[in-house]
Ligand binder design. Structure first.
Ligand SMILES: Cc1cc2nc3c(=O)[nH]c(=O)nc-3n(C[C@H](O)[C@H](O)[C@H](O)COP(=O)(O)O)c2cc1C
Length: 371
């Protein structure tokens, strides 16, 4: 019996199996509003048989977008556009749908990746003044962000809360707070992004304060039976940066506040990062969080093979595997994994006749096959 295809409970949400579609920005929104691209993209991912689909990083405010094309959920127009997409997807898929919500901080105001991904300075089309814990640019030559003052922190927190309320109205099954990849909350955690001298900077406790306040505020307004969790970069891959010890401490503090899981990734806060990359290279970090914190963990990063995913779950290294690029490349990855591991996934009846045993044997026996 495959362990990968056993159900998993994350708080009050039960996933049919342990394959999670990682959040993936599409840079295809219009003023934060989902478009037909989202209908097509999410529609086909929702037919993949995975246990959960996490919607791309969804901005809590216009200035929190990585690019001007990011998905957002900060206006009534954004909410209506996403409602249209989700209603269509839900008609044809029972998959759990979560949403990653976040603010890009000093990494906002950028070009879309296929145009180079560089920062767009404020005042130029598609650019704006960024904001962050400290007025430190992400990379040399970039315009530095404005350091958030107390009023700014409250405004950002209100943005997370309003977005969570909108997500609840949309029937989103779970919220993942983006605390990773060098975006705003990660900038607070890492000494490389946070050099504040108030109670939000300095000690580990102080650097964790704002992400924890955001978590508490979101948890308080999202329906109690639906889970809220955080995606965390377990290391900055830079000496003197955020590390796995901080990640374990943060995960414990989140657990005390009702966090349902940790999605463990790495990197993103500094261009100086030296990542040691390879198959499943981030899994040991998820394993450490799982062992030391006891919360369900999602492991991500170059998990591409069904047997590899099965082993991660069967050996107890993580509770779920999260796949990004492999799902784009092969959106029926869970079907193939189920076939390889002797399991089953939910597939729409319109597609049932595609199962190879339905036609390969028939073909061999048919007069066409005998020629
Ligand atoms: C096209 C694309 C968009 C991504 N967008 C996001 C995102 O919105 N939020 C996030 O946390 N990670 C994002 N990521 C990172 C993935 O979620 C994942 O952590 C990373 O790609 C490693 O997993 P993989 O080896 O399975 O691709 C993105 C990755 C890709 C390829």
């Amino acid at each position: 019996m495959s362990k990968l295809f056993e159900p998993l409970s994350i708080g009050g949400l039960t996933l049919a199996n342990r394959i999670v579609i990682a959040p993936m920005c599409q840079y295809s929104a219009d003023e934060g509003c989902a478009t037909d691209w989202h209908l097509i993209h999410l529609g086909h991912l929702a037919l993949s048989g995975a246990g959960m689909l996490i919607l791309e990083a969804t901005a809590i405010s216009p200035e929190g977008r990585i690019t001007a094309r990011d998905l957002g959920l900060y206006s009534d127009e954004n909410e209506a556009a996403l409602a249209r997409v989700l209603e269509a997807v839900r008609q044809h898929s029972p998959m759990a749908i979560a949403m990653q919500i976040g603010h890009a901080g000093r990494k906002a105001s950028s070009q879309v990746p296929w145009e180079g991904g560089a920062q767009i300075p404020p005042g130029q089309p598609g650019g704006w003044q960024t904001e962050a814990p400290s007025a430190l640019a992400h990379a040399d030559g970039e315009v530095a962000p404005t350091a958030l003052d107390r009023e700014g922190l409250e405004r950002v927190k209100r943005g997370f809360v309003e977005t969570a309320r909108r997500a609840a109205r949309l029937g989103i099954d779970g919220i993942e707070i983006h605390g990773a990849h060098g975006y705003l909350l990660h900038q607070f955690l890492s000494p490389l992004g946070n050099q504040r001298d108030d109670e939000y900077g300095g000690s580990l406790e102080n650097r964790m304060r704002f992400p924890l306040e955001v978590f508490e505020a979101v948890r308080a307004v999202f329906p109690a039976e639906r889970p809220v969790w955080m995606r965390i970069s377990a290391t900055d891959w830079v000496p003197g940066g955020w590390d796995i010890e901080g990640t374990v401490a943060l995960s414990r503090a989140l657990r005390e506040r009702g966090c349902a899981a940790i999605h463990v990734t790495t990197g993103g806060v500094s261009p100086l990062q030296a990542i040691r990359i390879g198959p499943g290279y981030q899994v040991p970090y998820a394993q450490r969080v799982k062992a030391e914190v006891g919360l369900p963990t999602m492991a991500v990063g170059l998990i591409t093979e069904p047997q590899q995913a099965e082993r991660i779950i069967a050996d107890g290294e993580a509770d779920a595997v999260s796949l990004a690029r492999a799902m784009l490349y092969n959106p029926r990855w869970p079907w193939h994994a189920a076939a390889a591991l002797g399991a089953q996934v939910t597939a729409p009846p319109q597609y049932w006749r595609c199962q190879p045993y339905e036609y390969k044997d028939l073909f061999a026996a048919s007069r066409f096959g005998q020629r």
